[in-house]
Design a protein around this ligand. Structure first.
Ligand SMILES: NC(=O)c1ccc[n+]([C@@H]2O[C@H](COP(=O)([O-])OP(=O)(O)OC[C@H]3O[C@@H](n4cnc5c(N)ncnc54)[C@H](O)[C@@H]3O)[C@@H](O)[C@H]2O)c1
Length: 248
């Protein structure tokens, strides 16, 4: 398999290139709207690129280079990890996915995808009799709480539970006794923690905890390369992390 890295001069693009080399994946070329050097041929537009097996995109989709036109014209599958896309851009992706396979996820960590699937499965088995709480920890610069990933885990637990569950954020006060239908969600903040998520199931005399720790952003590059391998040879359509870890 050879790849084209879109956004190749950015933080994640460089990390994808580093991991591709370590894993024996050929980087045929890179595209970036900025000019700069890399260990492979670099272009500022896609039109100049040779045909490749798959595109791995961690760019920010600024004007100047159009990934989808190239991908559709040459029938090249694309892993799109770029976040913050507009409705218009998302519609263009859906349109392109009628012709080529596209893998898209706002969180390319394979571990988080599996944690979501496991949390859903555990909730479906234990949900009726266990209390479920989610705890996350992040560095002290993080603005939002709880994390977007914690909210994804809330959704996974809700999907798994037969009865309706409600997220309750934090716990404080004299009248804060836990209700049966709650999913307690708690956010810790401090130091330089990259990201930790734990889904806890508390039963009578037993406890199950599913947890994930991200040590740095390289997990997202690893997940995107895993997605690229998965995507080659697939039918046109939109694929997500659920297609890799399976719907447990
Ligand atoms: N899905 C995930 O798991 C995940 C994880 C990390 C980052 N991201 C997303 O990936 C994107 C890149 O993150 P980053 O930290 O590497 O950003 P960055 O700013 O370091 O790099 C982006 C690069 O893309 C280039 N670029 C911009 N528009 C382009 C275009 N149209 N075509 C080609 N290149 C273009 C820029 O010049 C820059 O070099 C962001 O949207 C970020 O949120 C997603």
């Amino acid at each position: 398999m050879n790849i084209l890295i879109s956004g190749a001069l950015g933080y994640m693009g460089r990390e994808v290139a580093r991991q591709a080399e370590t894993n024996g994946i050929e980087v045929a070329c890179g595209v970036d709207i900025r000019t700069g050097a890399a260990d492979f041929p670099m272009y500022t537009t896609y039109e100049e690129c040779p045909k490749v097996d798959v595109i791995v995109d961690f760019s920010t989709w600024k004007p100047g280079a159009d990934l989808l036109t190239y991908a559709v014209k040459h029938h090249v599958p694309a892993v799109i990890a770029t976040t913050g896309l507009t409705e218009e851009q998302l519609s263009a992706i859906d349109e392109a996915a009628k012709v080529i396979p596209i893998f898209r996820s706002g969180n390319m960590s394979l571990g988080i995808a599996l944690l979501r699937a496991l949390a859903k499965k555990a909730a479906s088995v234990l949900g009726e009799s266990f209390d479920i709480e989610i705890v996350e920890a992040h560095h002290n610069r993080k603005a939002d709480a709880p994390s977007g990933t914690a909210l994804m885990l809330v959704d996974a637990v809700k999907e798994g539970c037969a009865e309706e569950r409600q997220a309750v954020y934090g716990r404080h006060g004299r009248d804060a006794k836990r209700q049966k239908q709650e999913i307690g969600v708690h956010a810790l903040r401090g130091g330089t923690v990259t990201g930790e998520h734990e889904v806890c199931f508390f039963g009578t005399s037993e406890r199950i905890k599913l947890s994930h720790s991200a040590e740095n952003r390289s997990v997202f590059a690893a997940g995107a390369l895993r997605a690229a391998e998965f995507l080659v040879g697939k039918e046109p359509g939109i694929y997500t992390m659920d297609d890799i870890v399976g719907k447990l």
